[in-house]
Design a protein around this ligand. Sequence first.
Ligand code: MSP
Length: 643
Amino acid sequence: MAERNFYVTTPIYYVNDKPHIGHAYTTLLADVIARYRRQSGMPTFFLTGTDEHGQKVHQAARKNQRSPQQQADATVVRFQQAWEKLEITNDDFIRTTEERHKTVVRDILRNLYDRDEIYRAEYDGWYDVSSETFITPKDLPEGVDPESLPHISRIRETNYFFRMGKYQDWLVNYIEQNPAFIQPDFRRNETLGFLRKQLNDLCISRPKSRLPWGIELPFDADYVCYVWFDALVNYISTIGYLRDDERFKTWWPVDFHLIGKDILTTHTVYWPTMLKAMDVPMPRTIFAHGWWLMGDRKMSKSEGNVVNPMDMADRYGVDAVRYFLMAEMTPGQDATFTQEAFVKRYNADLANDLGNLLSRVHKMLCKHFDGCYPEPTPELLAQDAERNLWRTLRTAVDAVPPAIANMRPDSALFEILTAVRAVNRYLEIKQPWTLAKQNERQALGDTLYTAAECLRVCAALLQPVMPQKMRDLLQALGLPDKHQEQAAFKQWAVLQPSAALGSPVSLFPRAEKPKPAEAPQQKADPTDQDKNQDKINVITYDDFMKVELRTAEILAAERIKDANKLLCLQIRIGAEERQLVAGIAQHYAPDDLPGKKIVVVANLTPAKIRGVKSQGMLLAASHGDTLRLVTIDGDLPNGSRIK
Ligand code: MSP
């Protein structure tokens, strides 16, 4: 993957805010993406920072009786400390009050002004004080009179305008020709919808008499620059625009501007037209993720419902917060934050599936092999169980890079946890504790060795999301970091027989279910309880998500002796082959089944039915005497998740 450089940015956050889960999410998303890229050997630059000009900082400074710069200096540390604590690996942190940024903004303004891309004119119209923007009645919901809104006032003043409107046709065309430019697709349509209205020129100045805190216009000392015009430039000022051409070309065009959906227009309309006027190539992708909601409301300071990521990290650990935020949100969609969902996922994925796996394997290797790796049978992967398990691991290894490239860390994690669960299933089938009792040392050693090899690969894949805990896991496996070079991910038998394991760790101690009073900020709607009272058969979304439904293909089917209702099926789920027993013999002949695409519950505890091993369950619908298999409509890769 190391063919070129990779540059990713977050929005720069308003310095007077306190970092909350929403800010942390964008920053973590960028961090995880950057870490995966670095892991694949790609030179990577990851930028975040703070937006420090504008009315809000000015007002807060007045309230606290200090200068705006002092105000920004006092509050920026909240972001810097938060990112440090969350193990964010940004390569730079830009503050828009830094000279290195301000000089570039001034040069851009001067240049655009000299080329008549910026002009002076009288503005007579509406101004929205809360968002610090000039608006027209078109920007308001239909029928709303601007005069009726307290935060909107009529102003008449001379200002400077950027000729944004003249780029409207060009921008529409560019967006249409470059589907990757705005992602996800429905956000591209949203911008195109916005561009169906006439695009006005953009007022890029504020008279100092009204707002003195900003970058002074180089051609008129009575004005400062509009805060968004200044802020957007951070993406290029930091990497050497107009100062260090070589450096600039190393990183630009940016691969991903990660933003929340709330700042789509500024990034997909203002910023591209500004770049066009400057003759700078366009960003490759502007990716807007959804919101973290509390109930059905956006989590934000103004709603008074924010969750502090630091509190969560203190309570459950930094890596658990990183994992939850990445696993729970599908970028692009909104996600709901609840303490219950957090604890559920933590206990299920991290404490049970991953943490217990390590502690089981570690304990047994210590007890039965003196804390050293046994010598595995040569050609161990020629055996069915080990070969299938290793294939599942390789499926995860192969699935991660495209998931990351498509901004789907949640699916990358899903694939990795599927592999972790497959290792647990393998142990349940192999029963090393029974092998130990029966003193079957070679089989026991093979089983534990295989599980440890798989854990090593899972740790490597999870490292960008949970850097501290995966370091601990690898240390417990006795592995120095160098084993986590990418080449080792697909390599079998990296663990050396007779090499020692490290000391044991308790990776993820089980978390207590939060007591209702502890669930932060959630205002229960008393009517909900009443509504649900007669709905006994109702499950939560989280309950449903525990069921891993996947598409599968039937490879072979045969009858089971003395069981007239049962068939034994060989199926493939992704790369993994499994056997399952299904009660469909009276409805399907074995020969009719191979090639059929079905739906299976992939995470059911394996069982023996009439003495035949069954690893999963297929879905079928029945009515009276008729039974039909559930299939999917159209083509999808085998093993696709159904949700
Ligand atoms: N300063 C501007 C951005 C300028 S970029 C050139 C700004 N700052 S902000 O502090 O309000 O942060 C906005 C970003 O924080 C959002 O776009 C989003 O990335 C993140 N989030 C803030 N609240 C959020 C949620 N509730 N959920 C998810 N992310 C949200 O706008």
